[in-house]
Design a protein around this ligand. Structure first.
Ligand code: BG6
Length: 491
């Protein structure tokens, strides 16, 4: 028997878009993991809502085959009974988002004693009608929270329109804008590394740091989401949210506490301090690419234009590399290089902090390799922190060699690592906003990326082509060389 933690909150979890891809791949599996870990209140209910005419049984069968396949712990064997007790929490409700009467039926499913979470895993077009109908219905929103999935708009104006519509119904402290990167254990560890150790803070500034690199590389292509992805592109899909959130975690000033607004105040200051792209920077500090047919993990894959749902003339970028700067006293002049792409050589997410070289070498430093100290924070696939230093090789003479001080988290901590969605969904139920994006952060991020979007829209130039399975277009390495830096694979 699982012990229910004392603080488990009684909840109604209303999942709009319950038959969709996100619900099946992420949300239901995450709720099941939380159930398995004994973290859900035993009377907490999950109300799955969609416009598809399915019976309760048909929906549960669908969830079993679709979501079950994405449960990392599995739903068979010793988890089979738990899966059944999890399914017993679920009620399926057919609802047309634009039909007021359907919200009355939804209201009948809710336990009025509980916190209600409305998770909008739908197209953003439905956010406004759903919120308006909830407000007009008899459902009480006093003890309610709403979770908004990205993409929240496609530019500043459209994101404002969505935020305004939601704000007419929910107060800002009821709105949970999800960025699943903030739920990753490794990203929170970055906060611990910076703010639970005294070692790094004196060095964490322009005087000691030469540049910072942030990479999120994927081997996957557009994975059946061609139509969505083509209207989005890497800048909106990964940079405006995930990469800029990572940048904030690296660059923010120490918050006064872990309080949600203390953290978010510091993040928004970083976003507002990002140096705007000048006309020249739009060309020299940004590289966009699109993959051509190649091979990933030795398997041939088609090019972007051959993917289902992609128009043959599409100019949408599947890769982007940026040279950013932060205009404040701590970081002025320090390049922050950001890159992300699909169909790249490896699946990896890492942050590399390169320190300034020693001012005067009295020992023969090794040749052909970087001779600066580097702190490499690896977020995935495995989580580790390595501090690359130099030491004397044993033996005669004074030969210097690189060595790494290595912290591998799976060896240091044996506990199960919760999936990002599990962590975030539990935070919504508990009412902890720290790992969610505030409206001003989101708008500051849009404001910074928008000149790039406008520039690309106005130019006839196409993204640079790169071979699937490579590290992106050569222009990305050239952008680094111009700043006197290089990506790890170019060394
Ligand atoms: C999502 C993007 O937000 O993040 C996807 O929409 C991308 O295109 C995914 O594949 C990457 O997340 P992770 O956790 O697998 O790195």
């Amino acid at each position: 028997m699982h012990v229910i933690q004392e603080e488990a909150t009684l909840f109604n979890f209303v999942l709009f878009g319950a038959t969709g891809d996100l619900a099946m791949r992420k949300i239901i599996p995450a709720l099941f993991s939380a159930h398995l870990d004994g973290k859900l209140h035993q009377d907490g209910r999950i109300i799955c809502v969609s416009n598809q005419q399915l019976s309760q049984d048909a929906y549960l069968d669908w969830a079993q085959t679709q979501a079950g396949a994405h449960v990392s712990e599995g739903i068979a064997g010793e988890n089979a009974k738990k899966w059944q007790s999890f399914l017993a929490r679920i009620a399926y409700v057919v609802l047309d988002a634009n039909n007021a009467a359907d919200y009355t039926l939804l209201g009948q499913q809710l336990n009025t004693e509980a916190v209600t979470v409305f998770y909008l895993a739908t197209s953003p077009k439905l956010f406004e009608p759903i919120c308006n109908h909830l407000a007009a219905s008899s459902i009480s929103l006093d003890n309610a929270r709403v979770v908004l999935e990205k993409p929240l708009g496609h530019d500043l104006q459209s994101s404002r329109a969505i935020n305004d519509a939601v704000a007419r119904v929910f107060a800002e402290d009821q709105i949970y804008r999800i960025d699943h990167y903030l739920g990753k254990e490794s990203v929170q560890n970055l906060l611990a590394l910076r703010f639970a150790n005294s070692l790094f803070e004196p060095l964490w500034r322009r005087e000691s740091i030469e540049h910072v690199q942030l990479t999120i590389a994927e081997q996957l292509g557009v994975e059946g989401r061609g139509e969505f992805y083509d209207g989005t592109g890497a800048l909106r899909d990964m940079v405006q949210n995930h990469l800029l959130q990572l940048l904030c975690m690296v660059a923010m000033e120490p918050p006064t506490s872990l309080d949600a607004n203390a953290i978010r105040d510091e993040k928004v200051r970083v976003l507002r301090a990002l140096k705007p792209f000048s006309r020249d920077d739009l060309e020299s500090h940004a590289v966009r690419g699109q993959y051509a047919a190649g091979a990933v993990r030795s398997q041939p894959v088609v090019g972007y234009h051959q993917e289902a749902g992609i128009p043959t003339q599409s100019k949408t970028e599947s890769f982007i590399a940026l040279h950013a700067e932060i205009n404040n006293w701590r970081w002025a002049g320090v390049p922050f290089f950001l890159r992300t792409g699909k169909r790249l050589a490896e699946r990896t997410a890492e942050i590399v902090i390169t320190f300034r070289p020693i001012p005067h070498a009295i020992m023969p430093m090794p040749s052909g390799i970087p001779t600066s100290n580097r702190l490499v924070i690896r977020l995935q696939p495995e989580e580790s922190i390595q501090l690359h230093c130099f030491a004397k090789e044993p033996g005669d003479g004074m030969a210097i060699q690189p060595v790494a001080l290595d912290l591998a988290f799976d060896q240091a901590f044996k506990q199960k690592r919760a999936d990002a969605y599990e962590r975030l969904l539990l935070d919504v139920i508990r009412g902890n906003l720290s790992l969610f994006v505030r409206r001003d952060e989101q708008e500051a991020a849009w404001r910074w990326v928008e000149p790039l979007l406008n520039h690309w829209q106005s130019t006839s130039a196409a993204p640079k082509s790169y071979l699937a399975g490579s590290w992106g277009p050569s222009a990305s390495s050239a952008m680094m060389s111009r700043a006197g830096a290089h990506w790890p694979e170019d060394r």
